[in-house]
Design a protein around this ligand. Structure first.
Ligand SMILES: NC(=O)c1ccc[n+]([C@@H]2O[C@H](COP(=O)([O-])OP(=O)(O)OC[C@H]3O[C@@H](n4cnc5c(N)ncnc54)[C@H](O)[C@@H]3O)[C@@H](O)[C@H]2O)c1
Length: 383
């Protein structure tokens, strides 16, 4: 049975298409902090791309950054507006903290520039709607930086679900997190991050399962969030604890169109190793996806498929797919697929139309938690 069932999930041979280098796309980087490194290292490997400009609000930071990566010739600007005004760019990577995602992305799209926007899409669902309006009016490409989508084991989750082996999906438990793993820098303040663990890792675990079921529209949510660890100098660096004002834990019960339930929890810190594996339950089978202690964009071990075969309850282990780490692995693929989509005029690798629902759920969890009861998820019209 295992060969017959598993054979259909075998990944296709990885064939890299030949790249046309006759025209180099001119790229700008907005925000030269931590994640910008992976963008620059990946872009440097693309023969059809040239990084020409960068911007950061902190004086001197952008120039120091590009010099470190062997690109001292990159023109640096004190903010994204100055860069967009001065340069003729084909694309930008928005690598700023969450609070300025919407502004930077909308300004770039309004200038007719393609955008690769880091995750989470933004902070609120209203911002997400404004971003999508700008995308539609510009006719340009917008992709959201969910590189776990490029991971072969993550792709396997979607393949299993879409194969029909699970039947009709009715319940999903997802989330994860770390016993102790609170970040610092701009991640822990409302004024820069807007949301904490929810936006840092919660958006990933939602994407992992919602992408597998083709992102049904979220209808209602009962959410909870807290920050008992981040604000406590016993568990966090005292200076960071004093300024910590975002969530470090969140949980929610979400109803999706089609009657599917998502039971979600995410933690930067807790007194347990994991809040549970991800499980996807269907009328004909169920899938267990082991959680990782540190949510790192892949699965925590071999997945298990549970089914009844010829009257017997059977469990099949799905072997882990080897990861292609050449060129920087999934981060490289994130940039390569974005550039290919621009050049070929194809759909965004991670379209905003899907991530709108991810953002609507995060926004709903925050609102419901603050109100103390379940709410209807309202997504403004996009016109
Ligand atoms: N995809 C991933 O795996 C991954 C990993 C880490 C972080 N991220 C995301 O990347 C984003 C940035 O994270 P980080 O750790 O690099 O943060 P960071 O604070 O290190 O860097 C952000 C930089 O953006 C700059 N900035 C903000 N607004 C700007 C503007 N209008 N113009 C120019 N510069 C501006 C800030 O000055 C700062 O230097 C976050 O949204 C985070 O969620 C993604």
């Amino acid at each position: 049975m295992s060969d017959a069932v598993l054979g259909q999930f075998a990944p296709p041979a990885d064939t890299e298409a030949e790249v046309d280098t006759s025209k180099k796309l001119k790229f700008g980087i907005i925000g030269t902090g931590w994640i910008a490194e992976s963008h620059v290292l990946s872009l440097k490997q693309l023969p059809d791309v040239q990084i020409v400009a960068g911007a950061d609000l902190i004086p001197g930071k952008a120039h120091k950054f590009f010099t470190k990566y062997g690109l001292p010739e990159v023109k640096c600007y004190p903010d994204h507006k100055a860069m967009l005004e001065a340069e003729e760019l084909d694309a930008v990577c928005v690598c700023t903290y969450n609070r300025t995602h919407a502004e930077c992305t909308i300004d770039a799209l309004n200038k007719g520039i393609n955008v690769l926007l880091e995750k989470p899409m933004c902070v609120t669902v209203d911002e997400a709607v404004e971003i999508i309006k700008a995308e539609k009016h510009s006719g340009k490409l917008l992709s959201i930086g969910f590189q776990p989508r490029m991971d072969e084991n993550m792709k396997m989750i979607k393949k299993v679900v879409q194969s029909g082996e699970l039947g009709q999906i009715y319940y999903i438990q997802t989330g994860g997190g770390r016993r102790r793993g609170i970040p610092n820098s701009t991640f822990i303040e409302e004024s820069t991050a807007g949301i904490g663990a929810l936006g840092d890792i919660g958006c990933y675990s939602l994407d992992m399962v919602l992408n597998a079921i083709d992102y049904p529209k979220p209808i209602t949510v009962s959410g909870y969030k807290s920050n008992f660890f981040g604000t406590n100098p016993k568990y966090n660096n005292p200076a960071d604890a004093a300024r910590f004002d975002v969530d470090d834990f969140a949980a929610a019960f979400i109803r999706l169109e089609g009657g599917i339930i998502v039971d979600f929890r995410i933690a930067w810190a807790m007194h347990i190793d994991t809040p549970g594996d991800t499980i996807i339950m269907g009328t004909e089978g169920a899938l267990r996806i082991p959680s990782t202690e540190c949510w790192n964009g892949t699965v925590g071990g071999p997945m298990k498929l549970y089914k009844d075969i010829a009257g017997k309850q059977v469990e099949v282990e799905i072997p882990l797919c080897p990861e292609d780490e050449s060129n920087g692995g999934i981060f490289y693929k994130k940039l390569r697929s974005f550039v290919d989509a621009i050049k070929n005029g194809t759909e965004a690798p991670v379209p905003s139309s899907q991530i709108l629902y991810n953002q609507a759920i995060l926004d709903g969890i925050v609102k419901s938690s603050e109100l103390g009861h379940e709410i209807e998820i309202k997504i403004p019209d996009i016109i």
